[in-house]
Design a protein around this ligand. Structure first.
Ligand code: C5P
Length: 219
């Protein structure tokens, strides 16, 4: 197979990371979760905001690195500290769309993501991968699912991680985050014109994975 990049975008909790991990494992590619990068900046912002008056100086203090653990998968290192376990906490989730809408934050992360994918062999998931980060990706997918199904999936996810949540609250949070992500000025969440849309409502993880693998075969 020739070296390619795969861009996987879509709204919150559409199952992108589960599918991206599977596709990457099957094709011996590297999975990059860009949401975790935005969450790491948000975590830094929440824990240090009193010390900064603007995002340019906040970002200048950040060294962000991704590592891989055979069991745990992608790990995010913020100034040499593994912060991965904090990134799904409620205060991070509630503030991440705001932090992600800031121009300086996007410039910083888009550049880092493009660097990671420069040698190809990357499956990258996010909101603007097909439109902005990797517009030339060989395979572009836009995954959607009903809000109900996404809230149920996230609820199960949270249960497994020991995070408390309610389905009604999750539905509200997911819908609000999508609206914010779709309406921001810079790189809003939207399907790239040449992306293939997959509605995963009612589909199994295997079915979605197989659909993407067949798109890859056709490249
Ligand atoms: O994918 P995840 O839910 O972890 O993403 C968290 C948030 O990060 C999104 O709601 C969005 O605001 C932001 N994000 C983004 N661009 C990306 C990935 C994530 O703006 N490529």
């Amino acid at each position: 197979m020739k070296a390619i990049n795969i861009a996987l975008d879509g709204p919150a909790a559409a199952g992108k990371s589960t599918i991206a991990k599977r596709v990457a494992a099957q094709l011996s590619m590297i999975y990059v979760d860009t949401g975790a990068m935005y969450r790491a900046i948000t975590y830094y912002y929440l824990t240090h905001k009193e010390q900064f008056t603007d995002f340019t100086s906040l970002i200048s203090e950040i060294d962000l690195r991704l590592g891989y653990d055979a069991e745990k998968g992608q790990r995010v290192f913020l100034n040499d500290r593994d912060v991965t376990d904090y990134l799904r906490e409620n205060d991070v989730t509630q503030n991440v769309s705001y932090v992600s809408s800031i121009k300086e934050v996007r410039q910083f992360l888009v550049q880092a993501q493009q660097k990671l994918a420069a040698e190809k062999g990357i499956v990258m998931d996010g909101r603007d991968i097909g439109t902005t980060v990797l517009p030339d990706a060989e395979v572009k997918v836009y995954m959607i699912a009903s809000v109900e199904e996404r809230a149920e999936r996230r609820f199960k996810d949270n249960q497994e991680r020991g995070i408390e949540s309610s389905i009604e609250q999750l539905k509200k949070d997911i819908a609000e985050r999508d609206a914010y992500d779709m309406n921001r000025e810079i790189s809003p969440l939207r399907k790239a014109e040449d992306a293939i849309e997959i509605d995963t409502t009612g589909l199994s993880i295997e079915q979605v994975t197989d659909k993407i693998l067949s798109l890859v075969k056709a490249v």
